[in-house]
Each structure stands twice: as structure tokens, then as C-alpha cells.
Design a protein. Sequence first.
Length: 271
Amino acid sequence: MDGYKLFRRDRQGRRGGGVALYVRDCFDCLELDDGDNRVECLWVRIREKANKADIMVGVCYRPPNQDEETDGIVYKQLGEVSQSLALILMGDFNLPDVCWKYSTEERKQSRRFLECVEDNFLTQLVSEPTREGAQLDLLEGLVGDVMIGGRLGHSDHEMIEFSILREVRRGVSRTAPLDFRRADFGLLRGLIDRVPWEAVLKGKGVQEGWTFFKKEILKAQEQAVPICQKMRQQGRPAWMNRELWLELRRKKREFMTFGRRGRQLRRTTRM
């Protein structure tokens, strides 16, 4: 199409299939290619100007009979590209047993897919069926104004329209997370108790008093609370340590197990 750049990943070994992405010529784009042709996945990084953050756009097609090993390749690629500040993923994953409302599933491969979505902090934004009762297209990332309706040509898929909510590029944070597990709270209390608060705050206005209070608290904190030596993983908040992350995963797995048992009980009751 005139005015657009075409990126494509053709299906290997037989006709048909494959994925494609058209991007306007005005955008500076770079295709990320790992050389693995066993999966139908296309990843394009759209470079922004000035203080706008780059956007990673992915288009994937997963055949219904795809094996677990090939699924693993897709999840590995997704894990690598999800380190981008903004990720939008579109595709047909052929996992109709997934219940997005409760994050439950009926098959092992679907459970692995949900774990991948969870591990990479992604969110399903398409809530309506796009083809015969199935939510084929998955939108993950910073998008809004999602609308479903109309068909392109003779396709039996509904079209999805959405807006990309581009964010301002964030500078590198110099704020180091504190390691409260190794904090000396006795020392912290002692340093704070040494300050004659009533005397030094007397006569000060609200702003001046707050400035002094904050200064003394931070001074005590520097002496009693060490800084984390290990940098956090990109894409996770500073407070998300490994223990909390594992607990969140355990909670999600138990919730998914509860949902599966509930469906099995309902089927047994109907029989």
C-alpha cells in the first residue's frame, strides 16, 4: 500500500498463513528477527522522537495443533520483547478454552499461555468475540478506545480498531530501592528520638516545618536502612521482590485451580 512499509513473516513449508504488519512511512521502524522460522511471529519496534517512548508491536498466529515445544519459542520471544516500555501484541492464538474473565482454562497448553501472560505483566483488552464466539485477537499493552465491528474484504474475522496511548519517555531513575529486611529499626527510632521536635518546630510554618521534618527523617534513614545491592528487573516496580512475585504467582495458580474445579463440579451436577 502506498505510504506504508510492509513487514511480513511467511509460513514455511506450505501456502497460506503467515503474518504481516503495515506501518506508515512517517515512522522510523526496525524489525527484530531472531532467525527462527518455526513460529509465525513478527516483532517491529517503532522508534519515537524527542521525549516519546518507543513502541514494540507484535503480530502472532498460533495454529490450533501447535506443539508445546513451539509454544515455548513464542513465549521466549514474548518474554524478550516485553522488556520494552510499551508493548502491543495482536494475534490469533487458537485457545478457545481460556476464560479471560477469571483467568482459567481447561488444557495444559492454555495454562502455560496464561502463565506467560502473567509473567510478563500483560492484560487482555478485547472483551468481545471477533469470530464465531472466540476472542481471536489479543491486544496487550498501552492501548485504548478498543472497538470491534465490520469486516475487511471476505474475511470472517471482525476488525479491531484501537488507539495507541503513547507515553512520555521516562528518564533513568536514580532512586535506589531500600532494603528494609536489613534495616536497623532500633537505630532508626533512636536517631528520630534524638531530635527535639517540639523545640525546633516551634514558630515554623507548615512548609518550613515539613521541609525540616523530611530532612531529618531522610538523614536517619540513610544511616539505618541500607540500599538494595541487586538492581530490580526491568519492567517491574522497585517494591516487587522475588518473594512477593512468587506469592502472587501462587495465588493466581490457586485461583485458576479453583475455577477448574468449579467447572468440573457444574458439569458433574448437570450430568
